[in-house]
Ligand binder design. Sequence first.
Ligand SMILES: [Zn+2]
Length: 282
Amino acid sequence: MQNIHTHAWEPNLHIAAATRAEADRSRGAPMDLTVDFDRFMADNEPFERTAVFGLKAKLTGYWVPDKYVAAFVARAPDRLVGFACVDPTQDGALSDLRHAVEDLGLVGVKMVPMYAGFDPRDERCQPIYAYCQENGLPILFHSGTTFNAAAPLAFTRPWLFDEVAIRYPELRMVLAHVGHPFCDECLVVIRKHPYAYADISALFYRPWQFYNMLISAQEYHVTGKLLFGTDYPFAKGQESIDGLRNANAVIGESGLPRVRPETIEGILERDAFRLLGIERSR
Ligand SMILES: [Zn+2]
């Protein structure tokens, strides 16, 4: 198993106080955003490899330096894969990214249009996308809603990434959280583009939406594009695995269509890092 979506940060240093306070909305209960390395590794024990990133979004008060992520993954280089973060609204975004890739050894990119307040089609993104496509760097985009009041929902709709994929057909991209609650919109985007994927992180705890998303994915024949992730610290490893394996619990014996075992096990067994072009040797 692999985990394509986790966060590492020191909340007091890297996340503004007002933003930390809003995190309790994420699961409707007090949320501790602390990421302790040992607890992180224990939580990710089920996964052979885990992608790790911070967040960079000036607008909503997230700023995790790439060198922090690089140092975090360097403590377990066989298990952890570091992604850089880019906020294209800030000067020097491309040169910071080049430094993160060429000097710090990060092998993927995380971008959060809604949190940073930019349209994914914004001209300021184009040099970043071109660099990533040229250098085989996958971009994992946040897509779907958030608990942060200042983050505009207008920039998070999955259809916006369709235009990015049309313009950069070889760019490998992952739309996080299957664009919740716009899951069907996300599924039709990833269906069109050979190199567009979605991760199922942080969805299982809305079991009705999660079940319907998986049924839709079966009907659109895109289950092969769904990647496993947790969104640690918002959701933990084992509960995310169990949540996926229990996806049919919400329908009981109602006779509604069932999420097929091969859909579930396929997601858990999928080699996401290979699909995203991330080689072990890098
Ligand atoms: Zn996340």
